[in-house]
Design a binder for this molecule. Sequence first.
Ligand code: FDA
Length: 394
Amino acid sequence: MPDRSETYDAIVLGGGAAGLFCAAIAGQRGRRVLVVEHADTPGKKILISGGGRCNFTNRNTAPDRYISTNRHFAKSALARYTAADFIALVDSYGIAWHEKTLGQLFCDGPSRQILDMLLAECAKGDVEISLGQPIEAVDHADGQYSVRFGDRSASAPSLVIATGGPSIPKMGATAFAYDLARQFGLKVVEPRPALVPLTLGGDDVLFRELSGVSADVVARCGKTEFREAALFTHRGLSGPAILQISSYWRNGDEVGIDFLPDAPRGWLAEAKRATPNMTIQRQVAAQLPERLSEALIGRLALDGPLNAITDRKLEEAERRLADWRFTPNGSEGFAKAEVTIGGIATAGLSSQTMAGNTVPGLYAIGEAVDVTGWLGGYNFQWAWASAHAAAQAL
Ligand code: FDA
């Protein structure tokens, strides 16, 4: 039996990026806030994010860089708490950062600095953080949410679901948010792994021999394309271009790769005229890593000097190199996915406050919600923005 029960203005479930930020803002607005985090330490994903340097936001944040059943849902929150707002907060703590590429902002030092900043913000708001206690039950009666965790129980008129998505379960990630949402009548859009390496089988399995080779490519799936690096792995394809496209990929879809995105149309025929005695292999190897060009040309079954190959065959080679089709046989799943696509359906939430429309006082923020950003700081920016939106209403 619980031996203590305390009352708060708001209870935030999950002490990750969104939960800590929401609690800090609400606390600083004078609310008495409790965060219940089942892990022994808060913000574990922040610590490992951005390769240990936390890619904490992206200067190019815009709603079209988010995937959601309702593509308009994220607009309001993103407009009211912007990348510039978060940068100002980071600057106020003297945390040094740099822009890496494509608007991605990383800490110069360890990710820990962002977590420490969030914890300092929580301390400013007198937020109480309970760690290492599993949540046993959540109920709602007489306008109060009661949460039982370990030997304690707490109640509040507002409850914020901020327990994230199931990606990387070994870090304490769970599907708890979805169970809770359903308990209170909210729907859940089928979750699937995103920003995840894709695996190759069948004929494509031979490409696994290229493990470790990377190239600047355009990766396409359907109408979506990303220009970044792709990396061959011992299981298939990874690297930023593939992680990005994985969010749009579904079982059975092909992924098209342009291995030479800067090559002008007709470049092989042109090369044949300029350097007729050069082998096609050498021509392609001048622009791609040697092992990759060998593998590609080998599969095209072309050999010998350019002037021994017909223009039609060169055209066909050019077309294949610009749109090499892979049919991944799967992904590396939630175990390796940086984020989860899907989650608590936005149809049941207010885009202004993140409040659920089934029972009063219930909110959902961060990755738990069916809003997923591109790779590059967009997911943290959604965590900050959705947390900020909810905190204004608590
Ligand atoms: P988050 O997962 O951060 O927090 C949820 C919290 O709830 C966790 O602390 C968890 O322990 C807790 N919890 C879960 N179940 C619970 C339960 N039943 N009871 C109590 N607590 C529970 N994004 C980005 O923008 N830039 C980046 O550099 C990276 N890098 C990156 C690297 C790696 C390896 C991963 C896995 C992910 C990233 N991300 C990222 C994504 C980013 O980490 C993610 O989008 C945010 O952490 C989401 O914030 P949330 O607070 O919603 O969930």
